[in-house]
Design a protein around this ligand. Structure first.
Ligand SMILES: [Zn+2]
Length: 233
């Protein structure tokens, strides 16, 4: 068990993690995420206006039916008036006239709804145009970010990886595997830490005395509380 080498390996690994964090927290990364949110928001808005467009398309059809009904009634009424000889006979025709007035009122409302449709249709096109614009902007920023991240990884991370590969040669496959497994499980560095007077220096919890008895300068044990690799000097 080569603790010093493993610690050295972890130090290099943490340097990479902090560079990755720097990339993640960069202004470019924030810009990309912000524009991405905007793209999604405009997409949702576009979907919503599209839904309304389809809804009003249904209304448009019923409006046509109302208009047809109205025309039929008008021609019927004209024939009726022609047949009327007394005022009493005109009374049902009057009733018809009232119905036509009601239909006209309905028709007016339909026209208002159609005007709304036109308004939404105009907005829909504007939303789609904005969405396309935002999408182009997102791709540009994403490319900028990718180029920046690649430069950072090539210039700063690649040399560290090279050093880590050198250290790996001096570690046993079992040590390396345990380190990688611990890193996956624990997530927050450090992954290997010292056992000091009954405590794990990673999670600062009191560890079973049995662990302390088993630990040797050449034997590591994973902390029963946080799973970090414990060692003693
Ligand atoms: Zn622990």
């Amino acid at each position: 068990m080569n603790i010093e080498k493993l610690l050295e390996y972890q130090t290099e690994d943490q340097k990479i993690m902090s560079i990755e964090e720097e990339i993640r927290l960069s202004q470019l990364s924030k810009d990309v995420r912000k524009i991405y949110e905007m793209v999604n928001l405009l997409y949702e808005k576009g979907k919503e206006s599209e839904k309304k467009l389809n809804e009003i398309k249904g209304i448009d059809d019923s409006f046509k039916n109302v208009l047809l009904d109205l025309n039929e009634k008008i021609s019927f009424l004209r024939e009726e008036i022609g047949r009327c000889e007394t005022l009493d006979q005109l009374s049902p025709v009057e009733k018809e006239i009232n119905e036509i007035n009601q239909s006209t009122y309905k028709l007016e409302n339909k026209i208002k709804e159609i005007e709304m449709l036109e308004d939404i249709a105009r907005k829909h096109n504007a939303i789609i145009a904005k969405w396309k614009q935002a999408y182009v902007m997102f791709n540009q920023k994403k490319n900028e970010f990718d180029a920046y991240a690649t430069t950072m990884r090539d210039s700063r991370i690649a040399p560290i990886r090279k050093r880590m590969a050198e250290i790996e040669k001096e570690l046993s496959p079992a040590e390396l595997e345990n380190y990688k497994k611990t890193k996956t499980n624990v997530k927050n560095a450090p992954f290997i830490c010292e056992y000091v007077e009954g405590y794990c220096s990673g999670c600062h919890k009191d560890v079973e005395a049995e662990v302390g008895r088993k630990l040797r300068p050449d034997v590591t044990i994973n902390c029963p509380e946080c799973q970090r690799i414990l060692y003693v000097r």
